[in-house]
Design a protein around this ligand. Structure first.
Ligand code: GDP
Ligand code: IMO
Ligand code: MG
Length: 428
């Protein structure tokens, strides 16, 4: 299985970082293809606890090559501080390359992200405020600045001269904000970032192509979750780029016919940060219990995550859209003390059963989940390392999820540490 994608299969924070950290031990190349510093991937291993936003979670394998792909939007300041954090922890990192085609998040993107959210009022999306949406908008509008541009003084200056003037006009005319930095200051600052990151910025095609030719085990690390995908997620409550399996290939520059397997990382229940429909959300004490037991607070923003039951309607949809063949089920231990556990197996809308995911938020808001209730297991699972050693009720719960989702079971995590994992299927 040389090329494997591990993607978030709900609304993000499924535990992609810890799955990638584990599987990266057997991979030669790990590619973070898309998204930006809106992502927060937590890794706990023998080297410490790390919260990664841009650096691929394969960085802890000193023998592997890590790549930040072409569809990532990079905030150089965030990336530099992350690299410093890793170095300060005494980690010998794997090699790192950054695609020269990746776009740069500029200060005006962060400013606009926050101002646009404020302007939306009640209709705000609850973005991470990291400038991700506006940076992707500039990419699509073909006025973005790319990582490669930071290495060329003249290109950077000419692109920046045009864009900065445009943005400053928007900021003053639309939002009444006086620009705080000059063209010259911005130019020098970003040229400085380019100098600092020069050793990493490169065309990634030759590197990826060589690995493909050698059939090297390659792992694509997902950004966000499939339900935050710009096309197939719960628009407009999504992020501003692809989070899907095809999107991961696109950002890596890997042709679709080279993808061997898609691992869907599912949490054993569901969480969401930010606004948008969430049919199985539990707002009362049950939601609080899941949040406290699962420590469900955003890795990037610290916001409490909304919590609810596992939604098999969404999970099946995501599996079909992304070709998920293998399930990585995380955080099963969080359900250890639940007496009864529910799974949403269908939606009802005004007495009609829906067998698809409605694309309109107001319709998805109006659906009523149809639940199946299973018995809890009421004992700790965090020490278990073999499927057959799980309590019978936990085995039944996991098997039912796999049946409803329509993919095989690959692994189950029962704690945040690297070894708190029940491996079922060999990945590489
Ligand atoms: P990502 O964005 O998909 O990488 O996920 P996050 O790191 O944002 O959120 C997952 C959180 O759950 C992190 O704090 C992990 O340390 C934690 N976690 C991951 N797997 C498990 C697990 O099996 N059990 C428990 N209790 N925590 C886990
Ligand atoms: P990881 O990779 C959870 C959500 C935000 C908001 C919406 C748009 O850690 O799973 P954006 O800043 O992208 O414009 O915000 O998307 N969001 C995430 N939610 N995990 C993430 O990343 C997320 N990245 C963005 O909360 O609702
Ligand atoms: Mg996260």
């Amino acid at each position: 299985m040389p090329v494997v994608a591990a993607l978030g299969a709900q609304w993000g924070d499924e535990g992609k970082g810890r799955i990638v950290d584990l599987l990266a031990q057997q991979a030669r190349m790990i590619i973070r293809s898309a998204g930006g510093p809106n992502a927060g991937h937590t890794v706990i291993n023998q080297l410490g606890t790390f919260r990664l936003h841009l650096v691929p979670a394969g960085i802890f394998n000193s023998e592997a090559t890590n790549v930040i792909g072409s569809n990532v939007v990079v905030d150089p300041a965030v990336l530099i501080s992350e690299l410093e954090m890793i170095a300060a922890a005494g980690v010998t990192p794997g090699k790192l390359y950054i695609s020269d085609r990746a776009h740069v998040i500029m200060p005006y993107h962060i400013q606009l992200d926050q101002l646009e959210e404020q302007a939306k009022g009640e209709a705000r999306l609850g973005t991470t405020g990291r400038g991700v949406g506006p940076a992707y908008a500039d990419k699509v509008n073909r006025i973005g600045i790319r990582m490669g541009d930071l290495l060329h003084e003249e290109t950077l200056l000419s692109r920046l001269t045009y864009v900065l003037e445009q943005k400053q006009r928007i900021l003053t005319k639309l939002y009444g904000v006086t620009p705080s930095v000059s063209l010259h200051e911005t130019y020098l600052q970003y040229l400085g970032y380019g100098r600092r990151l020069r050793e990493y910025i490169t065309p990634i095609h030759p590197i990826v192509q060589r690995a493909l030719e050698q059939d090297a085990p390659m792992l694509l690390e997902g950004n966000q979750g499939a339900l935050l995908d710009l096309d197939y997620g719960t628009f407009p409550y999504v992020t501003s780029t692809a989070t899907s399996a095809p999107g991961l290939l696109q950002g890596a520059g890997i042709p679709p016919n080279r993808l061997n397997s898609v691992i869907g990382v599912f949490k054993a229940y569901t969480t969401r940060v930010g606004a948008g429909p969430f049919p199985t959300e539990q707002e009362g004490s049950l939601g609080d219990e899941l949040r406290e037991r699962g420590k469900e607070y955003g890795t990037t923003t610290g916001r409490p995550r909304r919590c609810g039951w596992f939604d098999a309607v969404l999970a099946r949809y995501v599996t079909e859209v992304n070709g998920i063949d293998t399930i990585a089920l995380t955080k099963l231990d969080v359900l250890d003390s639940m007496k009864r556990i529910r799974i949403c197996v269908g939606y009802k809308l005004h007495d009609t059963e829906l067998d698809y995911l409605p694309s309109t938020p107001s319709v998805l808001n109006a659906v009523e989940p149809i639940y199946e209730e299973l018995r809890g297991w009421n004992q700790s699972t965090s020490h278990v390392r073999r499927f057959e050693d799980l309590p019978e009720e936990a085995q039944t719960y996991v098997a039912r999820i796999c049946e409803l989702v329509g993919a095989r079971l690959g692994m189950i995590s029962i704690g945040p540490e690297r070894d708190q994992m029940i491996m079922i299927t060999k990945v590489f």
